[in-house]
Design a binder for this molecule. Structure first.
Ligand code: GTP
Ligand code: MG
Length: 273
C-alpha cells in the first residue's frame, strides 16, 4: 500500500539572516541595494543618515530566506551609530568605487572597524563577504583595475564582483551568489566553505604581485638595492619568475606582474656591466 503513496518532498526550512553594507560614503551601497530590491537607480546622491533598514525574502534551493538588510552610512560621522549593528551578521556587502582609489584603500579599515566592534570574541571567519567593485560604468575614471580588486578580495577568501548600480551589471549575480554562500555557510555549521579561488594561490604570490604593482622603479620591482650586480639581479629575477610564472600562478594580476618583472630585468641588465 505504502509504495503507491507519492513521496512528499520535505519542505526546506526557512532561514533568517542579517546582512549589512559597508564601505566609504558615496561608493554606491544604497544604490546597489535599491537596484536589486526595487529595480531602479537614483542618480542624485542622498546620503544615508545612520542606518537604513529593509526586509526582503529570497528563495535559495528549497529554503525561504528572510533577509534583514542594514544599509550603513559610510561617513565617519556615523561611526557611533554603525557600531551597534555589526554583531550577529552573516553577510557583508563591502563596496568601493573603482574610480576612487581612497575607497579601495579604505577596505582594510572597514574590516578593522568591524573587528573592533565585534570585540575579542567576535569571529569574522563565519561571515560571507561580497566585495563589490562598483561604478564600472564610469570606465573613463576607473583607477582600480579588476585584478587589483580581485586579488585583495580573493586572498582574503571573499567573493568579488564587478558591479554597476546604474546599469544593473553584476548586481543580481552578486546577490544570488552571496545568498547561496550564506546558506552554504549556515548548512556548514557556520564555517565559510573553502572556495576554489581562495585556495588557488599563496599569500607570498599575492604579496609579491602587490609589491610589484606598487614598486617605484625596476630595482624596487625585483626587490634588489639600486646598483646591485648582474648576479643579484638574475637571482632575484629567477625567484620571482618561479613564483609568478603564468603556468604556475593563477593569482589575479600574475601575468602582468610576470611581464613587468621580465621587462625590469631586461632594462637593468642593459645598464649593468
Ligand atoms: P552613504 O550612504 O553616504 O554611505 O553613500 P552610499 O555608499 O550609500 O552611496 P549611494 O548609493 O547613495 O550613491 C552615491 C552616489 O553614487 C549617487 O549619486 C549615486 O547615484 C551614484 N552611484 C551609485 N552607484 C553608481 C554606479 O554604479 N554608477 C554610477 N555612475 N553612479 C553610481
Ligand atoms: Mg547610503
Amino acid at each position: 500500500m505504502e509504495a503507491n503513496i507519492p513521496k512528499r518532498k520535505e519542505p526546506g526550512k526557512s532561514l533568517r539572516i542579517k546582512v549589512i553594507s559597508m564601505g566609504n560614503a558615496e561608493v554606491g551601497k544604497s544604490c546597489i541595494i535599491k537596484r536589486y530590491c526595487e529595480k531602479r537607480f537614483v542618480s542624485k546622491y542622498l546620503a544615508t543618515i545612520g542606518i537604513d533598514y529593509g526586509v526582503t525574502k529570497v528563495q535559495v534551493r528549497d529554503r525561504e530566506i528572510k533577509v534583514n538588510i542594514f544599509d550603513m552610512a559610510g561617513h565617519p560621522f556615523f561611526y557611533e551609530v554603525r557600531n551597534e549593528f555589526y554583531k550577529d551578521t552573516q553577510g557583508v556587502i563591502l563596496v568601493y568605487d573603482v574610480g576612487q582609489k581612497d575607497s579601495f584603500d579604505a577596505l582594510d579599515a572597514w574590516l578593522a572597524e568591524m573587528k573592533q566592534d565585534l570585540g575579542p570574541h567576535g569571529n569574522m571567519e563565519n561571515i560571507v563577504f561580497a566585495v563589490c567593485a562598483n561604478k564600472i560604468d564610469c570606465a573613463k575614471h576607473r583607477c582600480v583595475d579588476e585584478s587589483e580588486g580581485r586579488l585583495w578580495a580573493e586572498s582574503k577568501g571573499f567573493l568579488y564582483f564587478e558591479t554597476s548600480a546604474q546599469t544593473g551589471e553584476g548586481i543580481s549575480e552578486m546577490f544570488q551568489t552571496f545568498y547561496v554562500s550564506i546558506v552554504d555557510l549556515c548548512e556548514n555549521g557556520g564555517k565559510r566553505p573553502i572556495t576554489n579561488s581562495s585556495a588557488s594561490f599563496t599569500k607570498e604570490q599575492a604579496d609579491s604581485i602587490r609589491r610589484i604593482r606598487n614598486s617605484k622603479d625596476s630595482w624596487d620591482m625585483l626587490g634588489v638595492k639600486p646598483g646591485a650586480s648582474r648576479d643579484e639581479v638574475n637571482k632575484a629575477y629567477r625567484k620571482l619568475a618561479v613564483l609568478l610564472h603564468p603556468d604556475k600562478c593563477v593569482a589575479p594580476g600574475s601575468e602582468d606582474a610576470f611581464k613587468a618583472v621580465v621587462n625590469a630585468r631586461t632594462a637593468l641588465l642593459k645598464n649593468i656591466k
